[in-house]
Design a protein. Structure first.
Length: 142
């Protein structure tokens, strides 16, 4: 009878086995890793956007200096490459953080915008929503 009482107590005892606890810990760890990875990827994209904007502002400053020195902005035909020779700008500055060359058009029909300087953004496709335009950079950047 003593054996039956011990067996009944064991059956009525509720708890988690070591295997169940390890599975729960594994699931929590996996979900945490996924959340961290998703947040990291988002931050990396924001960093690329900010670096691209920084490059564009540097080019904008160099274009202003070129205009001051030569009395005119480089034409579309001259392109941004003229800044490499004239101002010592590094070739790497002529590409955004996704490796795409900046689009440069000058002169424009708008006197307030003597040139256009545009990055095609993460997708690399012109005239899409993620493009970064130097004249609207504060409106488009996160």
């Amino acid at each position: 009878m003593n054996n039956n009482t011990n067996n009944t107590r064991r059956r009525n005892r509720r708890g988690f086995t070591l295997l169940e606890m390890m599975l729960v810990m594994l699931l929590i760890g996996g979900l945490t890793a996924i959340v961290v990875a998703i947040n990291f990827i988002g931050k990396a994209e924001q960093a690329r956007i900010k670096l691209t904007v920084t490059k564009m502002r540097t080019l904008q400053s160099e274009l202003q200096s070129y205009n001051f020195d030569h009395g005119i902005f480089p034409t579309t035909g001259d392109g941004l490459g003229v800044l490499v020779n004239a101002a010592g700008v590094q070739e790497s500055m002529l590409r955004d953080e996704w490796g795409h060359p900046f689009a440069y058009y000058a002169p424009t029909n708008d006197p307030a915008r003597p040139y256009d300087l545009i990055s095609d953004g993460p997708d690399g496709i012109p005239d899409t929503e993620d493009d970064i335009d130097i004249w609207f950079v504060d409106q488009n950047t996160p």
